[in-house]
Design a protein around this ligand. Structure first.
Ligand SMILES: NC(=O)c1ccc[n+]([C@@H]2O[C@H](COP(=O)([O-])OP(=O)(O)OC[C@H]3O[C@@H](n4cnc5c(N)ncnc54)[C@H](OP(=O)(O)O)[C@@H]3O)[C@@H](O)[C@H]2O)c1
Length: 365
């Protein structure tokens, strides 16, 4: 099963599908292995069986997720496993997709099915975005921020390039490559004119291969601008780069001024601004985004946090001080007492270049 997870992780994203790896064991030996490389590509079980068509007879199949039982873009994996003569199936995660009920079909065909309890949490982590989309109708929201050692994200006049070093910026490229959409606020577009695209040449070695594979399979992630009054300039850099741009706005008029690759989406409003739940719901349902990366300033980040819509903060801390006039990490109304403050759990932390990388999640979830 550990090898099956390694295989699943050999792609950054299979969206809208989950990431899945599979290993076939026969006569105590590994007889085949495979993974799902992306939507429309063969599923992990089919890829593993294809390595050796005879490998399934009497075999035990280890797969990180319950096999599918429906005719999607590819045929049902349950049928392939039954036809191959598989004896036992070991799975880690169950598929919440209502169209998938592979376990029942396999058991009815006489295949023994086991759930490997030790890997249930790893299966949930591997496909956290897919699971959230299926269960809650929104993607996994990762918010990336660069801050100084005194917790500031830009000077008072808006300058924020560069608080962190090249290693941190390269690492952030990998986060983009793992995401279905990169989301920002209009103020960041106005202040920084960012590209918001994946640039594999910023990466090295295996990371570069992962990013290049993602681009080859699925193209650039969507670039999303949250812009209530449609202040995005027509000449903003991100609008003219390869890939699609979605602008969520309450102001639908001058759509014609943008290039064809830009879609203006009329959002519902919350307190006279774009309703963020509407944005996330649209990214999940219409664009089938599993994981998204927010790269915005403190206002949009703070609004998402207040709405309970941030699942993970990735903070790159540069070894510099910006002072108390500089912008904070997130703008939101703080609690009345420390006991009421949002508790976070640090899930990862380490040195990156000459700074730190901290990954934190809301402790309650
Ligand atoms: N250090 C970092 O990691 C980092 C990253 C990105 C940016 N920055 C810096 O951050 C600064 C910009 O940050 P910012 O906080 O002013 O802007 P921002 O978070 O990029 O964008 C905020 C804007 O988004 C729009 N918006 C639409 N719907 C919203 C909603 N429901 N809730 C909140 N905002 C909504 C609002 O403008 P409308 O009301 O007009 O729609 C709002 O003013 C720049 O100086 C930039 O350099 C730093």
């Amino acid at each position: 099963m550990r090898r099956a997870f390694e295989l699943a992780r050999s792609v950054l994203s299979c969206a809208p599908n989950p990431r899945v790896g599979c290993v076939i064991v026969r006569d105590g030996r590994r007889a085949g292995e495979g993974f799902h490389a992306g939507a429309g590509r063969e599923h992990a079980e089919i890829a593993a069986l294809a390595a050796d068509p005879d490998s399934g007879a009497g075999a035990t199949v280890f797969v990180t997720l319950e096999p599918c039982s429906h005719e999607g873009r590819t045929g049902p994996c349950t049928r392939a496993l039954i036809e191959a003569g598989v004896k036992q199936l070991v799975i880690a995660g169950l598929d919440p997709n209502p169209q998938v009920s592979g376990v029942g079909q396999l058991e009815a065909a006489g295949i023994e099915v086991f759930r490997f309890e030790d890997f249930v949490a790893e299966a949930a982590e591997l496909n956290k975005g897919f699971l959230l989309r299926m269960n809650l109708g929104r993607p996994f929201v990762r918010c990336k921020l660069a801050m100084s050692l005194d917790g500031r994200t830009a000077l008072a006049d808006g300058q924020s390039k560069w608080i962190t070093g090249p290693e941190a910026r390269a690492d952030a490229q990998l986060l983009r490559a793992a995401s279905c959409a990169i989301v920002t606020g209009v103020n960041t577009i106005l202040a920084d004119d960012p590209a918001l695209n994946v640039r594999p040449d910023a990466l090295k070695g295996g990371d570069r291969v992962l990013a290049e594979t993602r681009l080859a399979e699925a193209g650039q992630p969507l670039r999303v601008i949250v812009d209530s009054k449609l202040r995005t300039p027509r000449k903003a850099k991100t609008l003219s780069l390869p890939g699609e741009v979605k602008i969520f706005s309450l102001w639908g008029r001058d759509a014609a001024r943008f290039p064809d690759s830009v879609e203006l989406i009329s959002a519902s409003a919350s307190q006279e601004r774009v309703d963020l739940e509407f944005v996330l719901n649209c990214l999940a349902t219409r664009f089938e985004c599993n994981e998204i990366l927010v790269e915005a300033g403190p206002i949009l980040g703070g609004a998402l946090l207040t709405a309970g819509l941030i699942d993970e903060l990735v903070i790159y801390m540069g070894a510099r001080l910006l002072g108390s006039d500089a912008r904070p990490l997130l703008e939101f109304a703080g609690p009345d007492s420390l006991t009421q403050s949002e508790a976070l759990e640090i899930v990862d932390a380490g040195v990156i270049g000459d700074g730190l990388r901290i990954v934190a999640r809301p402790a309650a979830r």
